[in-house]
Design a binder for this molecule. Sequence first.
Ligand code: ADP
Length: 259
Amino acid sequence: KQIYGAPVVGEHGRWLGVVIVMHDISELVRLEQVRKDFVANVSHELRTPITSIKGFSETLLDGAFKDEKMLLSFLDIIYQESNRLQMLIQDLLELSKIERQGYTISFSPTSLQEVLIRAVELTSPRMDEKNMQFAVDIKRDVMVNGDANRLMQIFTNLITNAITYSPEDTTITLRIKYTDEYGIVEVQDQGIGIEKTEIARIFERFYRVDKARSRNSGGTGLGLAIVKHLVEAHHGKIYVESTVGKGSCMKVFIPIHKL
Ligand code: ADP
């Protein structure tokens, strides 16, 4: 806390009293720390691929290019690392856009069923790679008040995570439910699960339960931070239920479109 005091002096130098101003700056200090951590994280995340791209291209230029095997394997690494950089920059720009004050989405009546069908189509190739299948319980449609493209982004992100953090040959279940107020979408996996103590943190920027696993699978660590902002921009909510070793269920609540 910061405390300032000043005497209040009236006419003819008469003492009237003292004004004391107290500022609770703990929130400001915390925000400043969050900002510093973010900058440090971004720098680190950018430096890692760049160091690797630089190192491998230098080695190639020094003569390694003559060995065709080395040439191919190094080029492959350089290509993958530049992809990672591109994804990171895309996610950073996206996050900064939706975190800006006054960010709004264009609301219109949107079918959860249509959005989910598109999300399934988009993520199917990755499902096939891991020999995974969808089980869908989305026969009953619900119209919500939302932005179809933004909702797509939310669900493809959640499905992509469900694929990433699940073993091969498992199932992802998608459900549409509703209450009087909300259309609800559940994305349930049979994956590694998340510890109770980690659940609150996974929506933080760059927070990952297992850094190596997330990086190897191409994750930027920003996906759920983006999801949370998009859900909140819809005046919705997101909950996580999870059991380590059994799987996780992400529940997204989006306000129903009312006539
Ligand atoms: P990432 O790019 O690392 O996947 P996210 O912001 O999407 O970043 O997720 C943050 C972290 O939350 C992940 O690194 C992972 O540890 C955890 N996580 C997200 N979704 C799941 C899931 N379905 N099952 C288990 N862990 C998950």
